[in-house]
Design a protein around this ligand. Structure first.
Ligand SMILES: Nc1ncnc2c1ncn2[C@@H]1O[C@H](COP(=O)(O)OP(=O)(O)OP(=O)(O)O)[C@@H](O)[C@H]1O
Ligand SMILES: [Mg+2]
Length: 461
C-alpha cells in the first residue's frame, strides 16, 4: 500500500490515534458513501503534513482507504478511498464547533483537538496558496493554468449546500471542489472542463488549478479550482420559482438547449468520437434491457409497463439491425437542471462533469450518444413541473420543446428527429428514477411513474 509520509515514520501512530475518532465521525458525513455498514479500519494511502502540528494550527492531508464489511451478495471490495483535511489545534473556537472530529487521547497528537479543516478559512487558504505557487508537498502536486491569475489573500468559506464532495469559495472569485471519494485515473470533472477550455467553449468555467496525488504510480485527481460564477442561480431553483409564480421559462429552456449543444459540439471536437454500429448498439440495448429487468424485480409498480418499455429498446435494436448508426462522444453524463448555473447577466454554464459517481471511472469516460444528456434534461423539466403545486405538465411540454429547439438551432440537429433513440434514453433514465425514488423518496415515485406510463405507451415508429 502506497504511503507518502511527512514527517517520516509518524503516519502509523498518527492514524492509530485518529482511528477511534474517525470511525465515529466519518459515517456521519454527508459525502460518506458507505452508510449503514460499520467502519472496521483504515489503511493510509497517503498522509501529508501541510502545516506542522506543533504550531498553533496543524494541518494534515489524508487519503484513507476505509474498510467495511462487504455488501452481502456483492463481490469483495478493498474499501473506498476518501480525501480528508484534518486540522489540529489546542482547542476549537466556538465558530468551529460544528467541525469537531474529537480530542486525541494518545500518539503524536495526544491532548490536541482535531477537526474538519475546510470549515476553517486559514487551512482552506493554505490550499489556494499551494495552487498559486504550484507547490509539491510529499506526493501532492498543486498545479494551475499559468494564464489565469490567482490573487493572494482571497478569504475562504466552505459552501454549506448538501453535496457529495466539498466546495470552498475564495472571495467570490474561485471555487475549489475537493473530491471526497477518490479513485485513481483521469477524472472527467477535470478532464472535460480542461478539454472545453482548450476549445474556447464559454459554457463551462475553465479550470484555474487542480490537485493531483501520485501514490505508488497511481495518479489521483483530488480537487479542481474554477472561476466562481458570483450571484448565480441554478436551473432547478429558477425553474421552481418560475413555476411557483406561474411564470414563463421558455426562453431559459431554449438557452439551456443552446448551451448543451455548445458543450456537445466542443466535446466532439476536443475528445474522441466513435460510431455506434450494430454491435455497439446491441451492447447498449442489452444494458438498458438488463436495467429494466432488475428494476421490474425491485419495484412491482413497474410490472404493468414492462412490455411497453421493452419495446422502446427493441425499436432501437431494430434500427441498428437495419444498418442505422449513431455517433457517440464524450458527454456530461449526469445532466439535469441542478447542474446548470445562470449568471446575473443571463449566461448559462454547465458544471459537475464527474458523471454518476457510483459507476466505474472507465464507464463514465466512455463516449455516448449526446442524446443521453438531452434525455436527462427533458426528465428534469418533467420533475420540476411535477413538483409544482398543482403539477404543471403543460409547462414541462413547452419547456421540453423549447429546449430541443434551442439545441437544434446551435447543433444543427434536432434530437426529436431521432425519436427512437430519444425514447430509449428517456426510458432508461425514467427507469433509473423509479428505482431511486422507490428506495429513497417513495413520495416522489409518482413523478417518474407518470413518465413511465407515457413512454410505455408511445411508439414513435
Ligand atoms: N463555478 C461555479 N460558480 C458558482 N457556483 C458553483 C460553481 N461550481 C459549483 N457551484 C455550486 O456548488 C454546488 C456544488 O457543485 P458540484 O455540483 O460540482 O458539486 P458535487 O459535490 O458534485 O455536487 P452533487 O453532490 O450535487 O453532485 C453547485 O450546485 C453550485 O451551486
Ligand atoms: Mg456531483
Amino acid at each position: 500500500m502506497a504511503e507518502t509520509v511527512t514527517p517520516s515514520g509518524t503516519s502509523g501512530s498518527l492514524l492509530a490515534s485518529l482511528d477511534p475518532l474517525l470511525r465515529n465521525w466519518l459515517p456521519r458525513q454527508r459525502w460518506f458513501a458507505g452508510k449503514g455498514r460499520p467502519v472496521t479500519g483504515f489503511t493510509p494511502v497517503s498522509v501529508t503534513q501541510l502545516l506542522p502540528a506543533d504550531g498553533r494550527l496543524g494541518l494534515y492531508h489524508l487519503l484513507l482507504r476505509v474498510h467495511q464489511p462487504d455488501v452481502p451478495g456483492a463481490p469483495p471490495h478493498p474499501g473506498d478511498c476518501y480525501q480528508l483535511l484534518i486540522g489540529v489545534r489546542e482547542a476549537l473556537p466556538p465558530r468551529l464547533a460544528p467541525a469537531l472530529i474529537g480530542h486525541v487521547q494518545e500518539g503524536p497528537l495526544a491532548g490536541r483537538t482535531v477537526y474538519e479543516a475546510l470549515h476553517d478559512p486559514r487551512p482552506a487558504e493554505v490550499l489556494l496558496e499551494a495552487l498559486r505557487s504550484q507547490a509539491r508537498i510529499g506526493g501532492l502536486r498543486f498545479e494551475r493554468d499559468p494564464r489565469q491569475e490567482i490573487r493572494p489573500g482571497l478569504v475562504a468559506r466552505l459552501m454549506t449546500a448538501e453535496q457529495s464532495n466539498s466546495s470552498v469559495v475564495y472571495g467570490d472569485t474561485f471555487i475549489l471542489k475537493l473530491l471526497r471519494r477518490v479513485v485513481p485515473g483521469v477524472n472527467p470533472d477535470l478532464e472535460i472542463p480542461l478539454a472545453l477550455a482548450r476549445e474556447g467553449c464559454p459554457r463551462v468555467p475553465p479550470p484555474t488549478g487542480w490537485l493531483h496525488a501520485d501514490t505508488a504510480g497511481e495518479p489521483y485527481v483530488l480537487a479542481v479550482l474554477q472561476p466562481f460564477v458570483s450571484g448565480a442561480s441554478d436551473g432547478w431553483e429558477l425553474a421552481l420559482s418560475e413555476l411557483a409564480k406561474g411564470g414563463d421559462f421558455t426562453a431559459e429552456a431554449r438557452a439551456l438547449g443552446r448551451a448543451t449543444a455548445e458543450v456537445h459540439t466542443g466535446l466532439a471536437r476536443a475528445l474522441p468520437t466513435v460510431t455506434l454500429g450494430r454491435a455497439r448498439a446491441a451492447l447498449l440495448v442489452d444494458g438498458m434491457t438488463e436495467r429494466l429487468a432488475a428494476a421490474v424485480q425491485a419495484v412491482p409498480a413497474l410490472r404493468p409497463y414492462a412490455r411497453g418499455l421493452r419495446s422502446a429498446y427493441t425499436a432501437l435494436a431494430d434500427l441498428a439491425d437495419e444498418g442505422r448508426t449513431w455517433t457517440a462522444q464524450r458527454v456530461h453524463g449526469d445532466l439535469h437542471l441542478g447542474q446548470c448555473l445562470r449568471s446575473p447577466s443571463g449566461d448559462w454554464s454547465l458544471i459537475d462533469f464527474e458523471g454518476e459517481p457510483a459507476r466505474p471511472l472507465a464507464e463514465r469516460r466512455q463516449p455516448q450518444p449526446p442524446v443521453r444528456d438531452i434525455a436527462g434534461m427533458l426528465r428534469s423539466f418533467d420533475y420540476a413541473a411535477h413538483s409544482a403545486v398543482p403539477p404543471a405538465p403543460d409547462w414541462a411540454d413547452i419547456c421540453r420543446a423549447a429546449y430541443c429547439s434551442g439545441y437544434a438551432a446551435a447543433a444543427g440537429r434536432d434530437p426529436r428527429a431521432d425519436p427512437v433513440l430519444l425514447r430509449a434514453y428517456e426510458t432508461d433514465k425514467a427507469v433509473y428514477e423509479v428505482v431511486y425514488e422507490a428506495r429513497n423518496r417513495p413520495d416522489w415515485l409518482p413523478v417518474p411513474l407518470s413518465a413511465i406510463r407515457r413512454l410505455a405507451a408511445s411508439d414513435p415508429t
